[in-house]
Write a protein that binds this ligand. Structure first.
Ligand code: HEC
Ligand SMILES: [Cu+2]
Length: 313
């Protein structure tokens, strides 16, 4: 049985150590106090009607003991806590910076070379990373359990977090600040890549390889994957339920009415336009909250999403 999530950053061992330290101290104290309580209750129970207890009011030895021992324990916990907190809040000089924007209900990541990703953060292994984070609306919170890092994102200021991933792999990213209807869908993945794989990802050759393999799956199937991986799932249902955005069930070829009174038939071109320029035609009854996916989805991916929507009758 795994007690704690995978440990995949330089912070994880220290955080886990303090967690265990505090847990063990608490459990041991609880057992000792509990056992003494039972023992003393039994030992000094009232045995007969004229059994009387001596009136002891003070014991300097005991008082010193129960002051000194907890104080030492607190100081030890404080010192470990302080040392790790200091490490946690100090960014190494050679850290790579990545900008993070939290938005109802999407994570977006902007990299130094101009790349941008949604819900998927890519980082090289064994490289200090500094995230410069902000929110465009309400509070969100960036939490990667495997790295033992968590930090709120705010609308009026930048907040920071740093970490160094130590193990290649894909880790869960959660929003841990309740941020509205689709909070529970505000999920992402952190992809920790080897240096070589990260370089390939950065210059785009990994994208091409991935696209080539994506080309082998049916478009509707790819569209279904994109629906979750690109975060459409946060606002659009596929079962007819109303969400932040209209459901995709039965959307294709349906007549759409817009806030300016015009209307259109939901064909391929309309859906593509809705994805690239969501503000152009506002479906009646909904707010202007959908982000543009221009530059985030290529033509083949948009076609795949359209094919997927067509299957949702
Ligand atoms: C933050 C919430 C949100 C996310 C995320 C989102 N949308 Fe939307 N979407 C909306 C809202 C709200 C509308 C209706 C208002 C409008 O027309 O912009 C909408 C409208 C649409 C429409 C037109 C629907 C209709 O009924 O006419 C399409 C197509 C669409 N979105 C596709 C997508 C795709 C594809 C994705 C993911 C790649 C996505 N949306 C992600 C909120 C969102
Ligand atoms: Cu959130």
């Amino acid at each position: 049985m795994e007690w704690l999530p995978t440990s995949a950053s330089t912070f994880a061992p220290g955080v886990d150590f303090i967690l265990w330290l505090v847990t063990i101290i608490s459990v041991l104290s609880c057992i000792v106090v509990g056992a003494m309580l039972v023992y003393l209750v039994v030992k000094y129970r009232r045995r007969s009607d004229n059994d009387s207890t001596p009136a002891i009011t003070h014991d300097s030895f005991l008082e010193t003991l129960w002051t000194v021992i907890p104080t030492i324990l607190c100081v030890v916990i404080f010192i470990y806590g302080y040392v790790y907190y200091d490490e946690y809040t100090t960014t190494p000089k050679n850290a790579i910076e990545i900008n993070v924007t939290g938005k109802q209900w999407i994570w977006s990541f902007d990299y130094a070379n101009g790349k941008k990703t949604l819900n998927d953060l890519y980082v090289p292994v064994n490289q200090p990373i500094r995230l410069v984070m902000q929110s465009t609306d309400v509070l969100h919170s960036f939490f990667v359990p495997a790295f033992r890092v968590k930090q709120d994102l705010m609308g009026n200021r930048y907040t920071y977090i740093n970490f160094t991933a130590t193990k290649e792999g894909v880790y869960d990213l959660y929003c841990t600040e309740y941020c509205g209807t689709a909070h529970s869908d505000m999920l992402g993945k952190v992809h920790v890549l080897s240096e070589a794989k990260f370089a390939a990802w950065e210059d785009g050759s990994a994208d091409k390889a991935k696209k080539a393999s994506a080309a082998n799956i049916p478009p509707a199937e790819l569209g279904k994957q994109l629906y979750s991986s690109k975060g459409c799932v946060a606002c659009h249902s596929i079962d007819g339920a109303d969400g932040v955005g209209p459901t995709w069930k039965g959307l294709f070829a349906k007549n759409r009415v817009f806030t300016d009174g015009t209307s259109a038939n939901a064909d391929e071109n309309y859906i593509k336009e809705s994805i690239l320029y969501p503000g152009e035609k506002m479906v009646e009854g909904y707010g202007p909250v959908m982000p543009s996916y221009k530059g985030l989805l290529d033509d083949a991916e948009i076609t795949a999403i359209i094919e997927y929507i067509k299957t949702l009758k």
